[in-house]
Design a protein around this ligand. Structure first.
Ligand code: AKG
Length: 242
């Protein structure tokens, strides 16, 4: 079952998309990476970090484990769902709960952290695609998003909340917020540029794969070490994404 449509709404939710055997192939690798990450990053974890990134360049994963991740990332099942032309693989992330469960979540657009001016952000979101494929390993409270804001700039209220203006806080409720609860086997595709927030709890662990347009302005953020440099590209389906 699919709800939403990335092109029109900025997200699509695919209930029961993954088969158990697809998840159980990648899960031990994700958990291994996460355990090393916690060990090596306890300081930033205790300060509030709630995600890690760049699994495919990790020194803690071996070649065989990376091959399994790259096979998954470039699989027809996933790539066929991308609703724009010539997609490129950008990176991977794991999302987990903050150490302090009272830590507030925050509405944001990922593009607000890229260093470009707001005038440019308003322009760029009209055409740019940067999408998360969120793959929860456990039932989680999910992601709340504002449909269509992948192409449409904020209302006054949204802008004030996202930027903590006029006594508003970044975790204040927003009228148009749509909460998508997630379970293991579900897939949520959503635009990184849209207004969204993660809802913490349930000891969540989600694997996010990020794809984007074949555009130098975005690809300058791509770290070549995350690409399958140890492999022959012809080993992969859809190798053009790399
Ligand atoms: O799950 C989260 O905590 C937030 C997710 C998010 O903001 C993102 O993917 O950019």
């Amino acid at each position: 079952m699919k709800i939403g449509d990335y092109t029109e709404f900025g997200f699509s939710y695919h209930k029961n998309f993954f088969k158990e055997e697809e998840l159980s192939r990648i899960e031990p690798i994700l958990i291994k990476f996460h355990n090393f990450w916690l060990e090596e990053n306890s300081e930033i974890y205790l300060k509030g970090a709630l995600n890690s990134h760049s699994l495919t360049s990790s020194k803690n994963l071996n070649k065989q484990e990376k091959k399994i991740l790259f096979d998954f990332i470039s699989s027809n099942r996933i790539i066929n769902l991308i609703e724009f032309d010539s997609p490129k693989f950008l990176n991977t992330q794991l999302f987990f709960d903050p150490n302090n469960l009272n830590q507030n979540n925050y509405w944001h657009r990922d593009i607000q952290y890229t260093g470009i001016s707001e005038t440019e952000q308003k322009e760029v979101i009209k055409t740019q695609n940067v999408v998360h494929f969120r793959i929860p390993l456990k039932k989680e409270l999910g992601i709340e998003l504002i449909p269509k804001t992948h192409r449409i700039w904020d209302s006054n209220e949204e802008y004030e909340v996202r930027n903590s203006l006029n006594n508003r806080k970044p975790n204040d409720p927003l009228k148009k917020g749509k909460l998508i609860e997630l379970r293991r086997s579900d897939l949520l595709i959503f635009s990184a540029n849209m207004i969204h927030r993660g809802i913490y709890g349930n000891d969540r662990l989600s694997f996010d794969i990020i794809y984007c347009n074949n555009n130098p302005q975005i690809l300058k953020f791509r770290d070549g070490n995350n690409l399958p440099i140890e492999f022959e590209l012809k080993e992969f389906n859809n190798a053009d994404i790399f």
